[in-house]
Structures are given as structure tokens and as C-alpha cells.
Design a protein around this ligand. Structure first.
Ligand code: N01
Length: 545
């Protein structure tokens, strides 16, 4: 990494740009963006707050952290060389392996020289006089660029419930999304795990292996699907590589950007007996494949959804030996109202003598005590508390960074009632600011969405430069149209039921956050088509000059 000691001080009046683009964040999106912009002949600098690259895969190093998408498509597809070089070892690789992969990418393409790590951005301000962005970093230095691209991640701003007495806790406490790199020794400890989302579900069985006791505090049960992880041997890789391009084509044609086909049937097409046989077979295959290759109407038809919910409840009751615990683990809301986690023997963990479940749905945790946690009428002792309590998702990271557009408008004011974008790529009044990964993009396999989003950004910039123009900005009418489309699309799916169950994709997991539709629910494939259409039509939803 270069030290970039040439960045100017705040006092400078020089308006020449230091780089064509500044990229915020060195996670999946930032790395992909750097590759794209360099390929298009632009100079770019990636600025990252953490001490190394990886984004979410840098911070979330808790036990059990691994991908929930199949490895071979939770990856980059921009380089054949890279695709041929890297063999993931498992269907769902663990955090250290994903981190190693991202490091390989960065080193292979010699990216560190264009990265500034350990650097906290305080603000990014559009200077109307010079039509450049001025990024101020901690310590007073400023860097100026023509374009700015944010790779902030949907799940990067941690959320922890504001328990007023946390500092009085005599034990240790950790947040999964800021987990210590040296790890935590749970041996012989009484551990309290708060949260049963994808993170808590991955973490709990592993912590239970060494802890004296694990108490899991559950507010809302989740529909945990079996992951069915397995190693990937040479034969598996030969099969993947025999048609890797075909696999990616499938990804870009699928609703959730996953390499699946469809079931070609709805539940009502077959008898009750066949329905159960199909669900049993799908459950054995596991993963989200269960959702897409059993019946095509799970996401849109309430009767089919309830049929599948009944099936999954029967699996929970079959797996968890204590009937009272099984009942607490059974969700009473539709499948897909919240993003379902994948379990690696999660339900089985509750059969261990050293794991217990506390239902805090009606009797919430109110505070931490010196010796543990408490609800209104009970106390629970713990030596270690693990907060697996999720994120101020999608917009959280954007609103923390002070981004100031035309006329001194702050993005956090513009978005105070929820995000407004055109195509999830740009915001009116914020010229030359691109969102590589941001609101109003699909709720889908993230690296694939990033790939298409960044490709679109590259095309938009190239077009601008070819047309000898300097400014591109979202058209306000197009922004209104795209933003209004979000609730319409959501309403056609079961995801809409997430309003009542603290779903992060609607912001309803954060007290006081506006509950709005933060993602595009019209299918990732349709979103990719919309991006292509916009580019091919010459970017009509954007003002250029
Ligand atoms: O966060 P979450 P997460 N008292 O918001 C609970 C991705 N991901 O980090 O449901 C008690 O899902 C909260 O309860 P409730 C994936 O997209 C991917 O687990 O709000 N409990 C919930 O149980 C995922 O969807 C991977 O009622 C409280 C939990 O904390 C997303 O990240 C791995 C509470 C938070 O669950 C977020 O998952 C992990 C309180 N006061 C995550 N406050 C991969 O595999 C909150 N909770 C790649």
C-alpha cells in the first residue's frame, strides 16, 4: 500500500483532482470497483477505515461465520484467470477463507498501492465551483476527485441495544460484527447469546462446544433452513468449471442471483402426498435451493407459504427433543418475511444439556447487570455476553458518513424519511456520486449484485467521458419513480410481512428508524435488465452535461 503522503491539507485552495475517483470501502464492492475503474483507464483511490481489506469479512470474524451462498458464486466473475485459480474448499466457506480470497484478489491485481487503510472519512462534500468531490479524512487532510463511489455494504453499521448499565457488567462482552481477531475463549464459561438471526444461528452451536453453558435469548424465532455444507473436492471443481460461464448466466437470470432454476410447478399442481415428498426432497438438498426448486409460489402465495411453514415446523419439532423448546423455536409468521438463516446443526444444539433458550418476545431484556442480564422479572447470570444483534442495515453506513451534495444538502437530511435513488445507483442533487452497493438494489446474492452495479457505474462513466461531459446526476422525476416502485414491488411478495417482525431490510429492527422499503424486490434478474436497458438507452433517467 502506498502511504499517500501527498494528500493535501484542508487549507489548500488547489482544485485540481488527485484521482479520477475515490472509492469508499475495501470490501467486495470497493475491490470490484477499483478493478472496473482501472480497466476503464481511470485513476482511483480506495479509502478504508479498517486496518485491512475485506469489509464485512474483515469485521465479522465470530465463530461459525461463513457464507450463506454457494462459494463458487459468492465470488468475482470479472476474471477468468481468477475463476480458474481459486478453489474454495467448502460449499459455504468460512470467514478466514473468504478473507484469504479477497486478499489474493487484491494482491493478484496489485491493488494495495491504490488503497489507503486505517483511514476514517469525516465528510465528502461536492464543491460546486470546481464540480469535484472533496473528501476530508480524520486528521485534516483532503483528497479531491471527480467521482466518488461508495462500497459501504448493506450490513456494516453494527446495532447493539442501548442497555444503560453495560459498563457495570463484570464479565466480558463482545459484538459479533466487531469481533476480536485473537478470538474469545469460551471454555468453561456461562455465555449469554442475544440474537437469533443468521449470525446467532451460525455462532451458537460452536460456542456450545466449549462453554459451560449457553443461554440463547430469542425475541423472534427464525426459519432456519439446513445448510448441508460439504467439502469441494477436485471432482466438484471439474464439474463447476465445465460450465462456469453457464453457472454465472443462471445467476444473472435468477430472482435472487443464485445459480438455481425454478421448480416449474406451484404447490396446487400436485397432490398433498406429492407436496410432502417434494418438500422432503428439497429439505435434504437444503440451502435456499429448498425455497426455489420446490414450489414457484412460496414467495407470492400465502397458502403455499403456510404449507411450507407447516412442513418446516414439523422438522423443528422432529429435531428438537424438548417440546417446549421446539415450540418457542417455531416461527408463527410466514417464511421469507425475514431473511431465513442457514443452520449448521442449529436446532440440534438445543438438544445439548448445556444450551437453553429464553423467549424474550413478551418479556424483553431491559438491561445488563453486574452479573448478567435481566428482563423485568428475571435475572440471568453470565460470564460472557455476545451481542449478535444485527445492523442498522442498508442506509445506516450512508447516514453516518457526512455526504453533502449540491446547495449544501446533507444526504442524511435528504434521506431522513428513507432513501431516494434512481436505480439504486445515484441520488438527485449528488452529482457524480455512485452507490456501488446501496439502497434500492436487490435483496439477493450480494457479490453478483455488486458486479452488475459496478459494471453499470463503469459504463456510465465511460459514456460521460466519451461524450466529453463532466457531470452525471439522477433526474429527480426518475428518482421519484424508482423510489415509488419499491413499495409496489414489495407488496407483491411475502417480504412485505417483514413489517411486523423486525426485518432489517425494512429498517424495522432498529427502534426509531423509519420503516421503509430499502431494497428492490422485483427480482435481481429484472434489476440487471433495468440497468442494461438504462445504459443501452443512453441513460435517460440521468442528467448529463
Ligand atoms: O442480524 P439480524 P444478523 N433483545 O438482524 C435480535 C447477513 N448475514 O447479524 O428478530 C433481544 O438478522 C433480533 O431479534 P428480532 C444476512 O443477510 C449473512 O444475525 O429483531 N434480541 C435478531 O434475532 C442476515 O440476514 C451471513 O426480534 C434482540 C438478532 O438480534 C444479516 O446479515 C452471516 C434485541 C439480529 O438478527 C443480519 O444477520 C450472518 C434485543 N433488544 C449474517 N435487539 C452469511 O452467511 C436485536 N435482537 C454471509
Amino acid at each position: 500500500m502506498s502511504d499517500h503522503s501527498d494528500v493535501r491539507t484542508a487549507a489548500t485552495s488547489d482544485t485540481a483532482v488527485d484521482f479520477d475517483a475515490i472509492i469508499v470501502g475495501a470490501g467486495f464492492a470497493g475491490i470490484r470497483t477499483l478493478y472496473e475503474l482501472r480497466e476503464r483507464g481511470l485513476t482511483a483511490l480506495v479509502i478504508e477505515a479498517a486496518s485491512d481489506i475485506g469489509g464485512t469479512w474483515f469485521w465479522n470474524r465470530y465463530p461459525g461465520a461463513r457464507t450463506d451462498s454457494e462459494a463458487w458464486v459468492y465470488a468475482y466473475c470479472f476474471s477468468k484467470d481468477l475463476m480458474n485459480e481459486w478453489n474454495w474448499s467448502e460449499r459455504y466457506p468460512s470467514q478466514p477463507e473468504v478473507e484469504r480470497y479477497l486478499r489474493l484478489v487484491v494482491d493478484k491485481f496489485d491493488m494495495r498501492k491504490d488503497m489507503m487503510l486505517n483511514t476514517h472519512i469525516e465528510s465528502a462534500v461536492f464543491d460546486e465551483g470546481s464540480e469535484t468531490w472533496v473528501v476530508s479524512i480524520e486528521g485534516g487532510a483532503q483528497i479531491r476527485s471527480r467521482f466518488i463511489v461508495t462500497g459501504l455494504g448493506h450490513l456494516s453499521k453494527p446495532y447493539r441495544p442501548p442497555f444503560p448499565s453495560l459498563e457495570s457488567f463484570r464479565g466480558e462482552w463482545y459484538q459479533t460484527s466487531r469481533y476480536p481477531s485473537e478470538g474469545v475463549d469460551f471454555t468453561g464459561k456461562r455465555v449469554a447469546v442475544i440474537g437469533t438471526g443468521a449470525t446467532g444461528v451460525q455462532l451458537t452451536p460452536l460456542v456450545a462446544e466449549t462453554a459451560a453453558h449457553v443461554t440463547v435469548f430469542q425475541r423472534t424465532p427464525n426459519w432456519v433452513l439446513p445448510a448441508r455444507n460439504h467439502p469441494l473436492d477436485d471432482a466438484a471443481w471439474r464439474e463447476i468449471r465445465a460450465d462456469y460461464d453457464g453457472i454465472w448466466q443462471k445467476v444473472f437470470s435468477q430472482n435472487f442471483a443464485l445459480p438455481y432454476g425454478s421448480a416449474h410447478r406451484v404447490a396446487a399442481d400436485v397432490s398433498a402426498q406429492e407436496q410432502q415428498a417434494i418438500l422432503e426432497h428439497g429439505y435434504e438438498i437444503g440451502h435456499f435451493q429448498f425455497l426455489f426448486e420446490t414450489f414457484d409460489d412460496i414467495l407470492t402465495d400465502e397458502t403455499t407459504n403456510e404449507l411450507v411453514c407447516d412442513f418446516l415446523r414439523s422438522k423443528i419439532r422432529e429435531t428438537v427433543k424438548d417440546p417446549a423448546t421446539a415450540e418457542i423455536l417455531c416461527p408463527k409468521y410466514p417464511l421469507l418475511a425475514k431473511r431465513p438463516p442457514l443452520g449448521h446443526f442449529y436446532y440440534e444444539a438445543f438438544n445439548r444439556d448445556n444450551v437453553s433458550l429464553v423467549d424474550v418476545s413478551d418479556n424483553p431484556l431491559v438491561d445488563v447487570t453486574e452479573g448478567g442480564l435481566r428482563t423485568a422479572d428475571a435475572e440471568y447470570e453470565a460470564d460472557i455476553i455476545v451481542f449478535a444483534t444485527g445492523f442498522d442495515a442498508v442506509t445506516g453506513a450512508y447516514l453516518t458518513l457526512d455526504i453533502v451534495g449540491r446547495d449544501g444538502v446533507h444526504l442524511h437530511d435528504k434521506w431522513k424519511d428513507g432513501p431516494r435513488t434512481n436505480l439504486g445507483e445515484m441520488v438527485d442533487g449528488f452529482p457524480n456520486l455512485f452507490l456501488a452497493s446501496g439502497p434500492h438494489q436487490p435483496f439477493a446474492n450480494i457479490p453478483a449484485v455488486i458486479d452488475r452495479s459496478v459494471r453499470w457505474i463503469g459504463r456510465a462513466i465511460t459514456q460521460l467521458l466519451e461524450d466529453k461531459q463532466t457531470i452525471i446526476e439522477a433526474d429527480v422525476d426518475a428518482v421519484d419513480k424508482w423510489t415509488d416502485l419499491m413499495p409496489e414491488l414489495l407488496a407483491r411478495t411475502i417480504f412485505a410481512k417483514g413489517m411486523g417482525v423486525h426485518a432489517w431490510h425494512l429498517g424495522s429492527n432498529i427502534p426509531g428508524k423509519p420503516v421503509v422499503v430499502m431494497a428492490y424486490h422485483g427480482g435481481a434478474n429484472n434489476y440487471f435488465a433495468a440497468l442494461d436497458d438504462e445504459a443501452e438507452a443512453g441513460f435517460p433517467g440521468f442528467i448529463r452535461r
